[in-house]
Design a protein around this ligand. Structure first.
Ligand SMILES: CCCCCCCC/C=C\CCCCCCCC(=O)SCCNC(=O)CCNC(=O)[C@H](O)C(C)(C)COP(=O)(O)OP(=O)(O)OC[C@H]1O[C@@H](n2cnc3c(N)ncnc32)[C@H](O)[C@@H]1OP(=O)(O)O
Length: 217
């Protein structure tokens, strides 16, 4: 698959979520807004990684605290309803416009499978070079949730998510990630996913996703 086609199918699958599709006309600027917001999420992710790695002196801590408080003051009055927000709702972006889970770069996508890479920066460190055990199911829920909700399927929620940690998942390395649909039975879908470091299986997960009934929150 060419890079261009991969990008187009990523955009298609990520925007095909069964939820009200995000439209660039919802916000001023369209593609330019999209690219600018993606840059913001990358800058924020990078900041969190650098913060996790650094041992700043008191002066820098105070200065950063004041800067962050200033941004919070500026953003406070700009709060909008959930459906009008940008953070975590940009299904056309690889990051989904959020930093809660690491960005998953998908290279191959079909209606029932997806594969690509994920990179856990230092922000996601649990200890001794290993990713935090809570960040791994978070990432699995992200990729399985995207796949479950893709290809015109009705909105789905995670009913269970079982994770097996097979070996440590290293921080600071580009890892392989794969997700696929295993079975469908009425409203229920079972999906599985893996994270690999080269040939080593780091973790694997199985999730049950249940399609919501009309009006179900
Ligand atoms: C709106 C969806 C999101 C859309 C997003 C679009 C934009 C972004 C796009 C893409 C990004 C994706 C990245 C993020 C994705 C994250 C997804 C999440 O993390 S969702 C949050 C965590 N999950 C919850 O909060 C669920 C809480 N639980 C519930 O709401 C209900 O329990 C629910 C919907 C799961 C099922 O409840 P019932 O009342 O509708 O249905 P009943 O009858 O209980 O279950 C249906 C069938 O499923 C089985 N079932 C249900 N739970 C089970 C379980 N834990 N284990 C085994 N079976 C279970 C039951 O036994 C039943 O099976 P039988 O039909 O009888 O064969």
């Amino acid at each position: 698959m060419t890079a261009e086609r991969a990008e187009a199918s990523v955009a298609k699958v990520l925007s095909d979520t069964g939820e009200r599709p995000w439209r660039s006309s919802d916000l001023h600027g369209g593609d330019e807004y999209s690219a600018t917001y993606e840059d913001l999420t990358h800058a924020l992710g990078d900041f969190l990684d650098r913060l996790a790695e650094a041992r700043p002196d008191t002066e820098l801590i105070e200065s950063m605290t004041e800067s962050l408080a200033g941004w919070a003051r500026e953003l406070g009055p700009l709060a909008v309803r959930e459906r009008d927000r940008v953070f975590g709702r940009r299904t056309d972006l690889a990051s989904r416009g959020q930093t809660m889970s690491p960005t998953i770069e998908l290279a191959e996508i079909s209606d029932d499978s997806a594969s690509g890479t994920v990179y856990f920066g230092s922000y996601f460190l649990g200890g001794n070079g290993a990713v935090h055990g809570g960040a791994i199911p978070l990432m699995f829920d992200e990729i399985l949730g995207r796949l479950a909700n893709a290809s015109g399927r009705p909105p789905q929620r995670t009913a269970y998510l079982h994770t097996d940690y097979r070996s440590i998942t290293p921080v600071g390395r580009t890892l392989g990630v794969r997700a696929w649909l295993c079975s469908e039975d009425g409203r229920k879908r079972i999906l599985r996913a893996t994270i690999h470091d080269g040939e080593t299986l780091c973790a694997e997960a199985e999730g049950l996703f249940v399609a919501l009934k009309p009006g179900q929150p």
